[in-house]
Design a protein around this ligand. Structure first.
Ligand SMILES: Nc1ncnc2c1ncn2[C@@H]1O[C@H](COP(=O)(O)OP(=O)(O)OP(=O)(O)O)[C@@H](O)[C@H]1O
Ligand SMILES: [Mg+2]
Length: 148
């Protein structure tokens, strides 16, 4: 199933992240794709806000992974960009889909073999100025219905 949403501000994208938290099951994985500055991290900030995480969510580009424990549920934020040519198992699979938490993966294409089959795919594209097209693909009927 697929659903498209137009966001007209960073705030609207954050609100969508909050909606994701309200609708998803614990252990859910979100895969975020989109160009530089599309709004991937902004969406993660919305997810963090909904989980009452007080830390500031930054792009984990230099960390590969950051886990936030200071909210209602753990938030696992992975940026696989720098794993592109690293054919090394660094144990990320232990965190992805962590049963009580929410996992969000930027650049999932670089760790394809670690992505759970039921991951929710989110692709953000720049339309113009502050306008973004956000496409969500998932087989979770309840989740998809909730977005409408
Ligand atoms: N509708 C919108 N949704 C999301 N962000 C928006 C929107 N309109 C404007 N912005 C701005 O676009 C920027 C998005 O930056 P963000 O860091 O979230 O992108 P990113 O996809 O994570 O980029 P990168 O790949 O460089 O990490 C922010 O400065 C945000 O304020
Ligand atoms: Mg980012």
């Amino acid at each position: 199933m697929e659903h498209q949403i137009i966001s007209r501000s960073a705030e609207e994208t954050m609100n969508l992240g909050q909606k994701f938290v309200a609708l998803c099951k614990p252990g859910s994985t979100f895969c975020l794709t989109g160009d530089l500055g599309a709004g991937k991290t902004t969406l993660v900030r919305g997810i963090a806000k909904a989980l009452n995480i007080k830390s500031v969510v930054q792009s984990p580009t230099f960390n590969i992974m950051k886990v936030y424990f200071d909210g209602d549920k753990p938030l696992i934020h992975i940026d696989a960009y720098r794993l592109a040519d690293l054919n090394t198992d660094i144990g990320l699979d232990e965190y992805i889909g962590y049963e009580t938490g929410i996992t969000v993966i930027e650049w999932p294409e670089f760790i394809k073999n670690l992505i759970p089959e039921n991951a929710i795919e989110v692709n953000i594209t720049h339309v113009k100025d502050d306008e973004r097209n956000i496409k969500i693909v998932s087989n979770d009927k309840e989740f998809m219905e909730g977005l409408k």
